[in-house]
Design a protein around this ligand. Structure first.
Ligand code: ADP
Length: 710
């Protein structure tokens, strides 16, 4: 990918340079102000430079008519163009840049074809006549500096070749720039060739402007999105500056669009772009190769660049073009330093060093070309050897374009690398997150379970505490009376109050019964405490509903055996048998026995001999419940007592008075056992008519072949 791109760049650069290849014509230069076109092969080289010895009239603004009178022959000198008239020796004195002069050239044997002439920017105003007709002008020529008006306006015009010779007269004046005169070659060629060159040059300029401007904006946008990376900002500003400069050099398209645009301002823009470009390039270099660009050198370059740019902005071109040679020397030194940086970054194999090195080298050499083109050594002399290489002053835009493209490639590589890295990290993070999520889920579940366990444990602890408290209270309160009685009976004997042995035995029997009663009570209390605190494990047995009914019916029948009341068991109808077999119930059989026994005993206790006790089993299929009813026709319980009979030690006063053997723990135990089975004991009663105690147990379906464990 990288190699392909470099080849593409090389191809571009090559194409750009071949577009300018017309500069290298290798033609012979003419002398004595006469150019003979008799040997001109239009096919081979359709374009010729008008480089050679022109007639030169210093301090004269002559029109074509002046030459017909021949009055200025005495002032005639020869000057080899192109060159600034600066340092031209005239009567032993060297000329400065300011002043005015006339140039003249005769072109012999031009042939019949239409010819084109391509006039570059001339420093800094001119008027040109061909065969006495005014052909072109830019700005205003004048003898007084105040009246001169500078303008750079490269243009093409056409000459009718049928006059022989063609006489070109060119008035030039300058008071605005350090250099004056014709610094760049004037071209002559076939009309088609001249038009073609003009179009190609304009196309190249506009292409460079557009490309650099868009690249500049793109890099600035990049910076705005990622302000951390300042290299994009520097390169962006630099590209935009150079893109603008492109419109003010070469074909100077901007002035064609806006001919009235002030020359001074145009010159400032063009020069600032070049001046400030150098510190910008260094800022850019420093951000991409911070370890290789000396901080101090960078500071010096920033300061010098900024100072000179400021000078350009604040002084007229006449002044700042004077210091231009100094800045040119400075530029050449910095270019050397850039090349050095390129070399060391390549040696140190910094990322992107080869590509950027290529771009930077291209930029340095093209910028060097532009600097040399306008430098004193090239501009002020015609024969300098550098003129063989430096033929135009607008190559740096091409160099910069190459640099920005290499930078774009490096960025693209960096971004795609970062993107791949991001993708990799995202995948890693996603899998890590997944693991984490699962772990969090696991932990949450574990925490939830622990919380539930803690809650259960807490409830158990508080229940234990409560039951212990109850136990202590009951032992201290409810056992005190029977203990006092026992002590009373024994003391009566010991104190000799009762002497009759039969009576004594009677007292001892009472003490024994009370003790049995207490023992029973303690036993029940203990059992109740255990139930309340859920400190026991229910021994669940699974049995079919029918087994359950049969088992407890039988048990109750046995308990009822000695009771004198009539007792009836009501079971679900035979048609429900299969269903009863299929339904199952889970219960701790021993505890359940206790429930049935307590309820039946109570019913017996509080029902007169002619009463009736019914034990009913009913199945509520809809709710999957087995309902158990124990009803009697006994004394019943009033509403006030009903609210309390399930509390421990609650004995209905009537019962107490009736002297029934009761301690008020039976129903509390029933309530707790059923609660631990997830059920609830309920009561319906009417004093004098009887009571009905009932509860329900959940049933469920199970395959019959699994059998029961009872
Ligand atoms: P006890 O062991 O003293 O019978 P219980 O807790 O079993 O204690 O009963 C509490 C009270 O509820 C009893 O004192 C009694 O007055 C009343 N009671 C319980 N069952 C019946 C019933 N079938 N008919 C009338 N009263 C009842």
């Amino acid at each position: 990918m990288q190699k392909k791109f470099v080849w593409l760049l090389l191809l571009m650069v090559f194409t750009a340079f071949t577009q300018m290849s017309f500069a290298q014509t290798g033609e012979e230069e003419f002398r004595n102000g006469v150019m003979d076109l008799s040997g001109w092969n239009r096919e081979e080289s359709p374009m010729l430079t008008l480089d050679g010895e022109w007639e030169f009239y210093w301090n004269e603004l002559l029109s074509p008519e002046d030459f017909h009178t021949g009055s200025h022959e005495a002032a005639k000198k020869w000057i080899e163009l192109p060159r600034a008239w600066n340092n031209f020796e005239l009567d032993g004195e060297k000329l400065s840049g300011s002043g005015f002069a006339t140039f003249r050239l005769l072109i012999t044997n031009p042939g019949d074809e239409l010819l084109g002439i391509k006039i570059p920017r001339i420093f800094t105003s001119y008027r040109m006549w061909a065969n006495g007709d005014l052909l072109a002008s830019a700005g205003e020529t004048a003898t007084a500096a105040e009246q001169m008006k500078p303008q750079y306006l490269p243009q093409i015009h056409f000459l009718q070749g049928n006059t022989d010779p063609i006489e070109l007269v060119l008035q030039v004046s300058n008071a605005s720039h350090r250099s004056g005169g014709i610094l760049e070659s004037i071209w002559l060629g076939t009309a088609e060739a001249v038009v073609e060159i003009r179009i190609c040059n304009l196309a190249l300029d506009l292409f460079l402007f557009g490309s650099l401007f868009v690249i500049g904006l793109y890099h600035i946008a990049l910076f705005l999105y990622r302000t951390k990376d300042k290299s994009s900002l520097y390169l962006g500003i630099y590209s935009i500056l150079i893109s603008l400069r492109t419109l003010f050099v070469g074909e100077i398209f901007f002035i064609h669009l806006f001919p009235g645009f002030p020359w001074e301002l145009a010159h400032k823009i063009q020069t600032t772009a070049y001046y400030y470009g150098i510190p910008l390039v260094f800022s850019y270099l420093r951000t991409i190769f911070p370890k290789d660009v000396s901080k101090k050198a960078n500071h010096v370059i920033q300061i010098i660049g900024a100072a000179f740019s400021l000078l350009v902005l604040t002084t007229p071109a006449r002044i700042f073009t004077l210091v231009n040679p100094v800045y040119q020397v400075f530029s050449i030194c910095t270019f050397g330093y850039v090349l050095w940086i390129v070399l060391i970054t390549c040696i140190r194999k910094r990322p992107g060093a080869y590509l950027l090195g290529f771009g930077l080298t291209m930029m340095v050499f093209t910028a060097l070309n532009d600097v040399l083109f306008l430098s004193v050594i090239v501009a002020d002399s015609h024969n300098h050897f550098l003129r063989n290489f430096v033929t135009r002053g607008d190559l740096s835009s091409i160099g910069l374009l190459v640099l920005t493209l290499t930078q774009a490639l490096v960025l693209a590589r960096k971004f795609s690398g970062s993107f791949s890295q991001v993708e990799l990290l995202t995948a890693k993070l996603r899998s890590a997150n997944k693991g984490l999520e699962e772990k969090v889920k696991e932990r949450t579940l574990a925490l939830e379970t622990s919380r539930e366990e803690l809650k259960v444990a807490y409830q158990a602890v508080s229940r234990s505490e409560k039951s212990l408290q109850n136990l202590m209270q009951n032992v201290s309160h409810d056992l005190r009376t029977p203990i006092s009685s026992v002590i009373g009976y024994i003391n009566t004997i010991l104190d000799g109050i009762v002497k009759d042995p039969w009576q004594q035995q009677e007292y001892l029997i009472r003490a024994r019964d009370k003790s049995y009663q207490m023992s029973n009570m303690v036993q029940e209390l203990f059992e109740l405490s255990q139930l309340e605190s859920r400190q026991f494990q229910l021994q669940y047995t699974e049995m079919s509903v029918i087994e359950f009914i049969l088992y407890f019916s039988e048990k109750c029948s046995l308990d009822m055996h000695q009771a004198k009341v009539s007792f009836k068991i009501i079971k679900p109808g035979a048609h429900e048998d299969s269903f009863l077999h299929a339904m199952f119930v889970k219960a701790d059989v021993r505890k359940m026995e206790r429930v049935f026994a307590n309820l039946i005993n109570n019913a017996v206790k509080y029902t007169p001999a002619d009463g009736q006790i019914d034990l009913t089993f009913a199945l509520n299929e809809e709710n999957s419940l087995l309902q158990v009813n124990i009803s009697d026709t006994g004394i019943g319980i009033c509403e006030e007592d009903r609210a309390h009979i399930f509390e421990r030690f609650y004995i209905v006063s009537k019962a107490r008075k009736a002297g029934k053997d009761s301690n008020g723990l039976g129903l509390a135990i029933v309530k707790e056992i059923l609660a631990s089975h997830g059920s609830q004991i309920e009561i319906q009663s009417e004093p004098g008519k009887g009571s009905r105690f009932f509860f329900s147990l959940s049933v469920y379906q199970r395959k019959i072949d699994q059998g029961s464990s009872l």
